[in-house]
Ligand binder design. Structure first.
Ligand code: OSB
Ligand code: MG
Length: 380
């Protein structure tokens, strides 16, 4: 498989409601979508999960576009993928470029998606997925008041979401968790701090233990594993790392240090499918719980999250909610919906291209650029 062209599109997609975390608020979905065409007519899509501002990680949609255009897309035109095993050559080709994992993942996943499309192999099968259905939870942003939050949670529980994750930050934590337990009893509940605390807050964080949370996600700095290990020694609540884990090597070190008992995997944060498979292997070997996080993806990233979550090592409900939780209209049609309450079907899609609605892509595009392989790059 040779890559013929890569189109980058920057979209502004209307979201149903703003999403607030400890680091800021996302209003509309600002996203870069990759569309890749192969010399044999295969089509692959990928989604870049960077944001407008570098608040979750250092990447933004502007930096991702720059790194893809200048450094990563030229490498794609040199690849010649002959087998599924060769798909790993994408991340190997990208390895000399440091970090920029969201930019890498958007392209890497588009190549895997194009291979699934060209070979007419379902993407979940290509990844080694086994499950036909996956359980999902929901991530609930910070709300103006506790009653507002309780109303939202009540609605999500009625819809069947299999666990509730609430965003916390200093000043919006212990009282919030207590109110949730009082209102809804022993529901599967967790908290995500998006690195809002410091090790000095350990005594405060120990108060979380009384609520029997499934886990507390990324309480400390985005780039830390050492302090998380110290904190885990003082907490009963299992720590889950999100922001701190960029690779299988990071995951191994975090496990060795005892910095977490659970890992949230985001394909964009770890650079794509190949690295995700290595983290999945490692977690299975070590018996560490793993689940798939979310970055408020459009349907394209959402279908990729579902595909990876079909692997057996994803042992806890993920954050991949149905499209309607985020968007009035998704750029895929039909959108992602529950197959049963709190459950998504893993469809045997041979890449996501057939689901993408081009008129919606076009309507929301604010910038577009196509890069073509040079003639000598296309031959063979
Ligand atoms: O920390 O998991 C996170 C959204 C944006 C940035 C970071 C995070 C999140 C979420 C939402 O929690 C997950 C989703 O519904 O896609
Ligand atoms: Mg998180």
């Amino acid at each position: 498989m040779k890559i013929q062209s890569v189109t980058l599109r920057r979209l502004l997609t209307p979201m149903r409601e703003p999403f607030q975390t400890s680091f800021g608020t996302e209003e509309d979905k600002d996203v870069v979508i990759v569309e890749l065409r192969t010399a044999n007519g295969g089509v692959g899509f990928g989604e870049c999960v960077a944001s407008t501002a570098p608040l979750y990680s250092e990447e933004t949609n502007d930096t991702a576009w720059h790194v893809m255009e200048r450094f990563l897309i030229p490498k794609l035109f040199e690849l010649d993928i002959q087998s599924a095993a060769d798909l790993r050559s994408v991340s190997i080709a990208f390895a000399p470029i440091k970090r920029n994992n969201m930019a890498k993942a958007a392209l890497e996943m588009a190549v895997w998606d194009a291979w699934a499309n060209e070979q007419q192999t379902p993407l979940p099968e290509l990844l080694g997925g086994e499950r036909r259905e996956i359980p999902v939870g929901i991530s609930v942003g910070i709300q103006p008041t506790i009653p507002d939050l309780l109303r939202k949670i009540e609605g999500y529980l009625e819809q069947g979401f299999q666990r509730i994750k609430v965003k916390v930050k200093p000043g919006w934590d212990v009282d919030v968790l207590r109110a949730i337990r009082q209102a809804f009893g022993d529901i599967p509940l967790m908290a995500d701090a998006n690195s809002a605390y410091r090790l000095d807050d350990a005594d405060h964080l120990r108060k979380f233990d009384e609520f029997g949370l499934m886990m507390v996600e990324q309480p400390l700095a985005h780039d830390d594993i050492i302090d998380h290990a110290a904190l885990q020694r003082r907490l009963v609540t299992p720590i889950c790392l999100d922001e701190s884990i960029h690779s299988a090597a990071d995951a191994r070190k975090a496990m060795e240090l005892g910095a977490c008992k659970i890992i949230n995997l985001k394909l964009g944060r770890v650079g794509g499918f190949a690295e995700a498979l290595q983290i999945h292997e490692l977690c299975r070997r070590q018996g560490i719980d793993l689940w798939c996080g979310g970055m408020l993806e459009t349907g394209i990233g959402r279908l990729h999250n579902i595909a990876i979550t079909s692997l057996p090592g994803f042992t806890l409900p993920g954050d991949t909610a149905p499209s309607a939780r985020y968007f009035e209209q998704d750029i895929i049609h039909p959108p992602v919906t529950f197959s049963a309450p709190g459950t998504l079907a893993v469809e045997p899609l041979c890449g996501v291209a057939d689901r993408v609605r081009r008129e919606r892509l076009d309507a929301w595009t604010v910038k577009v650029q196509t890069y073509e392989a040079s003639r000598e790059g296309v031959g063979g």
